[in-house]
Design a binder for this molecule. Structure first.
Ligand code: SF4
Length: 304
């Protein structure tokens, strides 16, 4: 049965009237799953960059980070519109006054049309929600939560440090604010079956406005790397991943925005699966499977 899915590209063109680009920025936040508040060591797959390895140096003020990130884009970055993307660590944890100042500076930058902030469900108390509400009044706001799995046993194994009910509550609270809610899901977590992974996708589909599907990467310097070297699990093969993505897309309602279909780990730190480092090959393989299964992106239309 043919199926369509809504890409972030089309969603952005609908929302902003043109193609927009993400600038990876850093607010110098920390993470309660690393500093001992919730846990130590962090999630087992998380790199030392706090899953934000492409951000501009956090020591810079935001306006300088924006300039730096645009400079990296080069001439093609001139005259474009951007989303300020704060992915690393936990974007609503720590000194909220300072964080709000940083996010506001980004929101008020003339080239920035929207904000995207990644955080944890257990870091969305009333003061953090109030901050997000004020930011959402300035510019469209996306909030990204790293659930990874709906399976509580896997969540313990990866040391996620919060329960599924915390995610569900956070999604309900964010819905009240009217922000665009994105859920991060990892396919291929240790000991998870195909059924487990698809159960996560099904569960997330009930709550989220957008989803990022990511292949599990084993990165140097993570707890997962040690476990992988001990032979405790294997990573997915390309065809397994492509078929899983196709299955996931078929499960998701056609209005859920697909923000990502592959991973984006830092190549220098990638231990496994090595095939995922060849992005062109991954996209070609994935497209082939999606085409064969008649799964297509929604076409952009002004009347959409
Ligand atoms: S919550 Fe995010 S930043 Fe913190 S350890 Fe887990 S993946 Fe890393």
């Amino acid at each position: 049965m043919p199926h369509t899915y809504l890409t972030a590209n089309v969603f952005c063109r609908q929302m902003f009237g043109e193609k927009v680009y993400k600038l990876a920025l850093s607010a110098s936040t920390s993470c309660p799953n690393r500093d001992g508040t919730v846990g130590v060591g962090g999630c087992t797959f998380c790199s030392t960059g706090g899953s934000g390895d492409f951000a501009a140096p956090s020591a810079f003020p935001v306006s300088r980070q924006i300039d730096e990130a645009k400079r990296i884009l080069g001439a093609k970055g001139e005259g474009l519109k951007y989303i300020a993307y704060f992915q690393s660590y936990t974007g609503t944890y720590g000194d909220l006054v300072l964080l709000e100042r940083i996010y506001t500076e980004a929101a008020e930058h003339p080239d920035i049309v929207g904000l995207s902030i990644a955080t944890r469900p257990d870091c969305l108390e009333s003061d953090a929600l109030a901050m997000l509400e004020r930011l959402a009044a300035k510019k469209p706001l996306w909030v990204e939560l790293g659930l990874q799995t709906s399976n509580e046993e896997t969540a313990k194994r990866i040391n996620r440090g919060y329960s599924l009910s915390a995610y569900e509550k956070a999604m309900a609270d964010l819905k009240v604010l009217g922000v665009h809610r994105i859920t991060h899901v990892i396919l291929g977590l240790p000991n998870e079956s195909r059924a487990d992974m698809l159960a996560t996708v099904k569960h997330v589909a009930r709550y989220t406005d957008g989803i990022k599907l990511q292949l599990l990467h084993v990165l140097e310097g993570t707890a997962l790397a040690e476990s992988y070297r001990q032979g405790e699990f294997r990573t997915l093969e390309p065809d397994e991943y492509y078929e899983l993505v196709a299955d996931a897309l078929e499960l998701l309602p056609e209005n859920v925005v697909i923000h990502r279909l592959t991973g984006d780990g830092a190549k220098r730190d990638l231990i496994a699966p090595k095939w995922s480092g060849d992005k062109k090959r991954v996209l070609a393989g994935l497209n082939q499977v999606l085409r064969a299964r008649e799964i297509q992106p929604t076409k952009f239309s002004n009347t959409f």
